[in-house]
Design a binder for this molecule. Structure first.
Ligand code: AR6
Length: 335
């Protein structure tokens, strides 16, 4: 999968397929990164931009790079920050998405973004960085045509925010496309084997992976059974996944796994914060789950997140296999 990279520097100096410009609706140049790009590209860029007849906020258009080392410039127009009252989050996400779509349509494989809207347009930097990351990551898992996306930070503050997000944060990307379902299924196979074989044996694990986490099974849960799957990314790589199902006042946490190498790094807590946030968005008052009775470590971890054991649950899952679980519940503070 394509990698996201964070660098500090002047975007006009990058030798890549395309750089993105944080432009304005007129596309006739301005200050900030826009000004720097026009100076470095030379006057032909302005002539070329004038033919495009402007650009809507959240949209993107493309020109050649002229004197720039980059072959193309993708011009996008970020929203002006107005205290979040004018759909700024969606518009900013749209800038990243539309720019990436234009890149794919033009066979661009490497591109760099500046921190759109966080200069003259006044967008809060941490919020803008989160949106940038989530949108880029979600796009990349569904488009294999792009090799590398660079987040080019110019100021120290943005660099710090981006590095922190990259090193310590997670991005949860909703699974919709066949490609994302396939990634989830592969991840499930890996995680379930490393996690459950010592507990229930390889035969049952293989049976369970085939029955419940195959591409077909996950597709069916998403399309017909109201499950939402999310892949958890850390440092631009899949690090685990989540499956949830809202059921009235409770959110059923069906799957929540972090791969072995990433356990004990605080990602579990971040994943759980994401799940609680979702539960609150659905208006749920509690989160429930079932966990294998022998899964001492997970039970301990769930207790830390505020779950309590409610009752034992024994389920016949077919082919002679039985699940011997506890049902656990965590009540959410609803204020
Ligand atoms: N390379 C990379 N990033 C840069 C560079 C550079 N050479 N120069 C500045 N930045 P801004 P906006 C960073 O103000 O907020 C223009 O007048 C900068 O530190 O360029 O989207 C347009 O015409 C900041 O983090 O863009 C519009 O009118 C980021 O680029 C308006 O500004 C974006 O800051 C757009 O405002």
């Amino acid at each position: 999968m394509a990698k996201i990279e964070i660098i500090k520097g002047d975007i006009t100096r990058l030798h890549i397929d395309a750089i993105v410009n944080a432009a304005n609706n007129s596309l006739t140049g301005g200050g900030g990164v826009d000004g720097a790009i026009h100076i470095a590209a030379g006057p032909e860029l302005l002539r070329s931009c004038k033919l495009l007849e402007g650009c809507e906020t959240g949209d993107a258009k493309i020109t050649k790079g002229f004197n720039l080392p980059a072959k193309f410039v993708i011009h996008t127009v970020g929203p002006v920050w107005q205290e979040g009252k004018t759909n700024e989050n969606q518009l900013l996400a749209s800038c990243y998405k539309e720019s990436l779509m234009l890149a794919v349509r033009n066979n661009i494989r490497t591109l760099a973004f500046p921190n759109i809207s966080t200069g003259i347009y006044g967008y809060p930097k941490p919020q803008a960085a989160t949106i940038a990351f989530e949108t880029i990551q979600a796009f990349l898992i569904n488009h294999q045509q792009i090799d590398r996306v660079i987040c080019c930070c110019f100021d120290e503050e943005n660099l710090k925010i981006y590095r922190e997000l990259y090193d310590k944060g997670i991005v949860a990307v909703r699974v919709f496309s066949p490609l994302a379902i396939e990634t989830t299924s592969k991840l499930a196979e890996k995680i379930w084997h490393e996690h459950y074989v010592p507990m229930i044996g390889i035969e049952q694990v293989s049976y369970m992976v085939n029955s419940f986490q195959s591409v077909k099974a996950i597709g069916n849960q998403i399309n017909n059974e109201n499950y939402q799957y999310y892949i958890i990314y850390h440092q631009s790589e899949p690090a685990g996944y989540i499956a949830i199902k809202p059921m009235g006042e409770e959110l059923f946490l069906s799957k929540f796994y972090i791969i072995q190498e990433k356990r004990g790094t605080g990602l579990g807590k971040k994943g759980y914060d994401f799940i609680s946030k979702k539960a609150k968005e659905f208006g749920c008052k509690s989160i429930t789950l079932t966990v294998n009775k022998n899964n001492i470590n997970s039970i301990k971890a769930y207790r830390k997140f505020g779950f309590e054991i409610e009752n034992p649950v024994i389920t016949d899952i077919g082919s002679g296999f039985i699940m011997d679980d506890y049902k656990m519940r965590s009540r959410l503070d609803t204020d």
